[in-house]
Design a protein. Structure first.
Length: 175
């Protein structure tokens, strides 16, 4: 059933809203992906606060033009188009999509929009390899904790050595 003009305007408005709020958007083709796999992907993305929605190329083109975002040759992109909108973490969206893509080859990453510029598939995959915000924080805590822990071990070793020497002196005095 064809969409009415009002429904198309609502969809463009929704896309514009998501494009305005996003930190990153990843364009994907989901042609050949089973419905249950697509639903599973949506659930995984939703857990991280990422929206994943299918979009008609013509409506997406209009939304991009109205938001003055980069011109993308959508006609050259093959398959059914969907966008993943990441609002908080720029790395988490590509990371989750790349992880899902390894198990489901039908999902294709086509590119994305980051910092008001179109980025290629290769850059999206490179972003997916960067540690997430939480992983970076845990690495920072480990780096800060490591010298303190090492210093504690050194001090404890010296005290244990002193206790051993005192115990040996005590044993000598008893005999």
């Amino acid at each position: 059933m064809a969409k009415t003009k009002e429904r198309k305007q609502d969809e463009i408005k929704s896309l514009k809203d998501k494009l305005e709020r996003m930190k990153i958007s990843v364009l994907t083709s989901y042609t050949g992906l089973k419905v249950k796999d697509l639903n599973h992907l949506r659930q995984e993305l939703r857990k991280e606060g990422i929206d994943y929605r299918a979009a008609k190329k013509s409506l997406l083109k209009l939304a991009l033009q109205e938001k003055k975002l980069p011109e993308i040759d959508l006609k050259s992109l093959q398959g059914s188009l969907a966008l993943a909108f990441g609002y908080e973490d720029e790395v988490m969206t590509p990371k989750l999509l790349e992880k899902f893509r390894k198990d489901h080859k039908q999902l294709q990453i086509l590119g994305g929009i980051y910092d008001s510029q179109f980025i290629t598939k290769e850059k999206i995959i490179a972003l997916a390899k960067i540690p997430s915000h939480q992983e970076l924080l845990s690495q920072l805590v480990w780096v800060i904790k490591s010298p303190i822990a090492s210093f504690s071990y050194v001090l404890r070793a010296n005290l244990q050595g002193l206790v051993n020497v005192l115990n040996q002196i005590k044993e000598k005095v008893k005999t």
